[in-house]
Design a binder for this molecule. Structure first.
Ligand SMILES: Cc1ncc(COP(=O)(O)O)c(C=O)c1O
Length: 401
């Protein structure tokens, strides 16, 4: 090369760069984010920074809590809402129970939930309210396992305070039409609470534009953070209509942010979603979430969704092309990042009574393709780090190649 040759700028594809930060992907085809996240090097570095501070006594609590503030802001950006609507919570259960007990409800007021399609952590909180004297309207799902939205809408009446659903069910993995359900809730003044853990960080939810009143998630799946840290969004129209069941310092409005300072005995709640926060934060979780949200925001949630839906459609069609029953449509409103194979409820959590599913699971395991079995179905889930090669390899393994 002559000395005046102009170097060609070498741009690494941002998705490839993202992928290269996950050690697990060097020896695995990872299709199990519906079960749990995998760790990116930057997220580990965030947690290490926290641990280094603890080891060296080099930061105080207020310094650490800047990560709570920053992760709330980043989650709010991801969901296109104002940071003041976001509370730092522990997990989905924490967010769901927070709403269940903060909602003013008289005896006989009701909650509508699709019983068989929801995760237990979005069912037990409501069964608990039944013991308090509230009615829980348990609606069944459609034969394909998707939410029966018409039945849910028919169950809403003037005494319905809360309607709840998953943004994407954990199995079979249908995406819910939140606009349709939310419109019906708005007409009756009911609160639509979404368990968003399966889709947060993977599919785009523009919460400012959707008739969704609450959205609860942990960071332990698509948000690529740790267990025990999550977010609860509450729409501005509802925040000051809800009274937190638990109360401690972070939820009390004061001129200082120092969480050890006692105010007067006559207190006011925080004017924003911090009124739903309780006690000390999971700070390791906040450091992790801040780093993982930074990565996701860099890629862009619309871009992530587009990539993920292309990959999940390829996987869906590839498996269907082998003559196997795929549960969720490959395209359209109900498509998500999850692809499930086999007969619904032919088996349960981690097992199938269908010998074909058992055989495929063994074959996939031997080929280091991470997957799970839920409700008897073989389950895969795609995230932004997956590639078309992952999909081709998985289809080849299923085909016996
Ligand atoms: C739809 C759904 N909701 C909730 C959870 C877990 O709830 P939590 O974050 O309270 O542990 C899961 C975990 O698999 C899930 O798939």
């Amino acid at each position: 090369m002559t000395s005046d040759a102009v170097p060609i700028p070498f741009e690494v594809d941002p998705f490839e760069r993202f992928r290269s930060g996950f050690p697990a992907l060097r020896h695995k085809t990872y299709l199990s984010v519906c079960d749990k996240m995998i760790l990116h090097d930057d997220v580990r570095a965030g947690v290490d920074r926290f641990l280094d501070h603890l080891a060296e006594a080099s930061a105080n609590r207020a310094d650490h809590e800047l990560m709570v503030v920053s992760s709330r802001q980043r989650f709010a950006r991801l969901m296109n809402v104002d940071a003041s609507t976001v509370a730092a919570v522990r997990n989905v259960s924490d967010g769901v129970n927070t709403i269940a007990w903060a909602m003013p409800m008289a005896e006989g007021d009701n909650v509508v939930v699709c019983v068989d399609a929801e995760h237990p952590n979005n069912i037990y909180p409501w069964l608990r309210l039944k013991r308090r004297g509230n009615e829980i309207r348990l609606v069944g799902h459609l034969p394909d396992g998707s939410l029966d939205l018409d039945a849910m809408i028919n169950a809403i009446d003037d005494r319905t305070r809360i309607v709840t659903c998953a943004s994407v069910t954990f199995a079979p993995g249908h995406r819910t039409d939140l606009a349709k359900l939310g419109e019906a809730c708005r007409q009756k003044g009911a609160f639509l609470l979404v368990d968003g853990v399966q889709s947060a960080g993977i599919l785009a939810h523009n919460l400012s534009d959707l008739p969704v009143d609450g959205f609860a998630t942990s960071t332990s799946k698509g948000l690529l953070g740790l267990y025990g840290y999550g977010f609860l969004y509450v729409s501005p129209a509802w925040i000051d209509r809800l009274e937190p069941a638990y109360l401690s310092r972070p939820a009390v409005a004061m001129t200082t942010d120092d969480h050890s300072v006692m105010g007067g005995l006559d207190y006011a709640y925080q004017p924003d979603s911090r009124r739903f926060e309780v006690g000390s934060y999971n700070l390791a979780g906040a450091y992790a979430a801040d780093a993982s949200l930074d990565l996701l925001l860099d890629l862009g949630i619309e871009e992530i969704e587009t990539r993920v839906l292309e990959l999940s459609a390829s996987l869906n069609e590839g498996i269907a092309g082998l003559g196997l029953p795929v549960a969720v449509p490959a395209r359209g409103m109900q498509q998500s990042h999850i692809v499930t194979v086999g007969v619904l409820d032919a088996g349960g959590h981690g097992f199938s009574t269908d010998p074909t599913i058992g055989l495929l699971s063994k074959r996939l395991e031997e080929a280091h393709v991470s997957h799970t079995i839920r409700r008897g179905q073989l389950r895969f889930a795609v995230h932004a780090y997956n590639t078309l090669d992952d999909i081709k390899h998985t289809v080849d393994v299923i085909a016996g190649g």
